[in-house]
Write a protein of this length. Structure first.
Length: 47
């Protein structure tokens, strides 16, 4: 938790389109969402 807020019972499933290895925007979104390891779970799927 970053601000002492109440945690959620289970992580939110989160997906990202794009954000490859050399993507600067993708890195910022991933690092921001994953600061609190219990809030988000990055999943991998394809259509």
């Amino acid at each position: 938790m970053l601000n002492g807020e109440r945690s959620i019972p289970r992580p939110l499933r989160w997906a990202m389109i794009g954000g490859g290895r050399l993507s600067q925007v993708g890195y910022k979104h991933r690092s921001g969402a994953l600061r609190d390891n219990t809030a988000y779970r990055l999943g991998c799927r394809r259509f």
